[in-house]
Design a binder for this molecule. Structure first.
Ligand SMILES: Cc1cc2nc3c(=O)[nH]c(=O)nc-3n(C[C@H](O)[C@H](O)[C@H](O)COP(=O)(O)OP(=O)(O)OC[C@H]3O[C@@H](n4cnc5c(N)ncnc54)[C@H](O)[C@@H]3O)c2cc1C
Length: 231
């Protein structure tokens, strides 16, 4: 079932990645689980986007979208769409969600806009004061200026047991450098006290494929690896 919505506002997160706030037009609240995605339909174009905001029973949801050269939907959203434009969404969709009990250590591994479902999950955990074990947020991008939700993630990581590790592949800075893989590999090699870790991988196909192989080589069962592949 398609739901009528309109574009409420846009905030620029970085030059090429913007936050889009979508208002559900009818008064019904839109309920979803942290980590799920929606499809949006504008004209003939239908594309999927993870929900980056907290499930809070309000009828505004946030998406974070990167502009791709030659990408049809992203170019429309970055160059043409006007505030209050009406369109439709379908959802919530997907099973990339948290287990009922957070009794395992969690790895949230993403690149670029793949951080979206993790932002939703982290706010859900914080707002509802959900008991959890260690959560490693491992986020990769090229340059410091491309880090998404940096200040928010720093604040979220002041919660107990939340370990935020951004890593840059094309710039030296005070933090980690290199790809996300080297970060979780180091943790898996060093931390002998991990409790039955559960891995969430979100982003573009190449990163996910590589991470799946590497985790397999560490002897991690595929049942302990959840995937959301963007394309
Ligand atoms: C479940 C799910 C959730 C998603 N969530 C998000 C999200 O939260 N934020 C977000 O920005 N996108 C997300 N996507 C991707 C999104 O659905 C679109 O694929 C993306 O916005 C490109 O659409 P487009 O119409 O602009 O490009 P298209 O016109 O569809 O295609 C652009 C071309 O670029 C290629 N391409 C796609 N991605 C990349 C890339 N990263 N680098 C280089 N080339 C690429 C495609 O293969 C294609 O050839 C999600 C996808 C899925 C399946």
């Amino acid at each position: 079932m398609w739901i009528d919505v309109h574009l409420d506002s846009i905030k620029k997160e970085t030059e090429s990645t913007w936050r889009f706030f979508i208002k559900i037009s009818n008064s019904n609240n839109f309920s979803f689980k942290a980590g799920q995605f929606i499809q949006i339909k504008i004209g003939d174009l239908v594309r999927s986007y993870s929900i980056a905001s907290l499930p809070n029973n309000k009828n505004i949801i946030e998406l974070i979208i990167v502009k791709l050269d030659g990408g049809k939907m992203s170019n429309y959203l970055f160059n043409k769409i006007k505030i209050r434009k009406k369109f439709q969404i379908k959802g919530p969709l997907g099973k990339f969600i948290l287990p009922e009990e957070l009794d395992r250590d969690l790895f949230f591994i993403s690149t670029g806009t793949g951080i979206a479902p993790f932002r939703s999950m982290l706010y859900y955990i914080k707002t509802n004061n959900i008991k959890h074990r260690k959560i490693f947020i491992i986020f990769g991008t090229r340059l410091k200026k491309d880090i998404l939700y940096y200040d928010e993630m720093i604040k979220l990581s002041s919660m107990k047991n939340i370990i935020y590790i951004p890593t840059l592949s094309r710039e030296k800075w005070k933090g980690n450098t290199g790809y996300v893989h080297s970060i979780y590999e180091k943790i898996l090699n060093e931390k002998k006290d991990l409790i039955n870790p559960l891995f969430y991988l979100c982003g573009w196909r190449d990163m996910i494929k590589e991470a799946r192989n590497k985790l397999k080589n560490f002897g991690i069962d595929s049942k302990s690896v959840k995937l959301e592949i963007y394309g």
